[in-house]
Design a protein around this ligand. Structure first.
Ligand code: 5CU
Ligand code: ZN
Length: 362
């Protein structure tokens, strides 16, 4: 059974060119006298001039955009197949009249990159979410015709109002109809003031370890509350970072729903799907959580047959340049090994069997 990485990003060359022409987030911050020091600045708030330079963006090297580096990384870590996705913030920032064409062109570019390595690379496509919903639906349908696409990646902002926005219904309907899975990935985090005035002293730790997972959890809970999975019973979603904090908080979310007088008065309680039911029927989780405890929560919540290995490459690189084996990957492998103890079959399923089955990788 191959090892398959379902959470692995790339910024294809045309996207990099776009980032290099920009001077506001997202952009590549260049230092003309020292091009080797260029930094990738993508997260909201990470460009504040008062931040220490090591907390402003991250060093950017070819691992972010050169597909040969992806293959080298896969070979060095025993990964046979990868399902690559554009990294955040995708096309969310584009003017509405540019997004449709940009999505077409990036998706074609990524599909062609996969075609250079048949059997090794597949992809999640990108949607032009700043464009009108009809343009997005058209791209969903077109993606289905591309050979290596197995779903779409998107963030939590939807068309600008979040994933509980009824205006997304035609897009959810198209994704359900085309059987394209949503890979839900955080980007926006939480409002920066929750991290306090000393946040700059702590690098990226607070937004990445807490902002990202909470953003994801809030987005999925809003989808649940707004009845997305009542209207689209077959809509599948793969949630990044083992569901954020959803597996751990699902019981509390369910209890808050069942004790909410407003929802009861509105007649929502009878109709609402149970959180555990959605977790086991519509939700898949990646195994990018770096601990046995987190993995066990994911397994309890959704099932070992719905969990898929990932790396988040090229993010979380080793801080020491000459390390070829990445600590982030070693930690995830070790977590899978210890979470499944002697259950070799379940471990193999998580490492690749589930991805091959769920994403129909030949
Ligand atoms: O390190 C980071 O900022 C990130 C990011 O932006 N996106 C991601 O997928 N992982 C880490
Ligand atoms: Zn990621």
């Amino acid at each position: 059974m191959p090892t398959v990485d379902v959470h692995t990003h790339v910024y294809p060359p045309s996207y990099m060119s776009l980032l290099r022409t920009r001077t506001t987030v997202p952009y590549v911050r260049n230092f003309p006298d020292a091009p080797q020091n260029a930094r990738l600045i993508i997260l909201p708030g990470e460009d504040a001039p008062d931040k220490p330079s090591t907390a402003r963006g991250r060093p950017i090297g070819p691992e972010y955009f050169d597909i040969k580096e992806k293959l080298k990384f896969m070979d060095a870590h025993g990964i046979e197949k990868s399902v690559i996705s554009l990294a955040n913030p995708w096309l969310d920032f584009l003017p509405p009249d540019e997004a449709g064409a940009a999505a077409c062109s990036i998706n074609d570019e990524v599909d062609a990159i996969c075609g250079q390595y048949p059997g090794r690379l597949y992809a999640f496509g990108t949607l032009p979410l700043s464009a009108p919903a009809e343009t997005v639906v058209e791209e969903v349908k077109r993606l289905k015709t591309l050979k290596f696409m197995r779903g779409i990646i998107m963030g939590t902002s939807g068309l600008g109002k979040g994933l509980d926005d009824p205006a997304l219904d035609p897009i959810y309907a198209a994704l359900e109809e085309q059987k394209l899975l949503i890979f839900l990935h955080p980007h926006y985090g939480l409002p920066s003031d929750v991290y306090g005035p000393r946040a700059g002293d702590y690098g990226h730790v607070l937004p990445l370890s807490l902002g990202f997972p909470l953003e994801t959890t809030i987005a999925v809970t809003r989808m649940l509350l707004s009845g997305v999975w009542e209207r689209f019973k077959e809509l599948d979603i793969l949630i990044a970072h083992s569901g954020g904090t959803l597996p751990f908080l699902a019981g509390r979310i369910e209890s808050c729903i069942n004790h909410d007088g407003h929802l009861k008065k509105e007649g929502r309680l009878e109709k609402m799907r149970n959180v555990w039911d959605v977790l086991k029927k519509n939700i898949y989780l990646d195994a990018v959580i770096y601990s046995e405890v987190g993995l066990k929560a994911a397994v309890e919540a959704s099932g070992a047959d719905r969990l898929m290995f990932g790396t988040d490459h090229p993010f979380f690189p080793p801080l020491d340049e000459d390390e070829t084996e990445w600590l982030s990957v070693k930690t995830n492998y070790a977590a899978i090994k210890s979470a499944f103890g002697g259950d070799e079959a379940a471990a193999k399923a998580v490492l690749g069997g589930n991805a091959v089955r769920i994403l129909k990788l030949d």
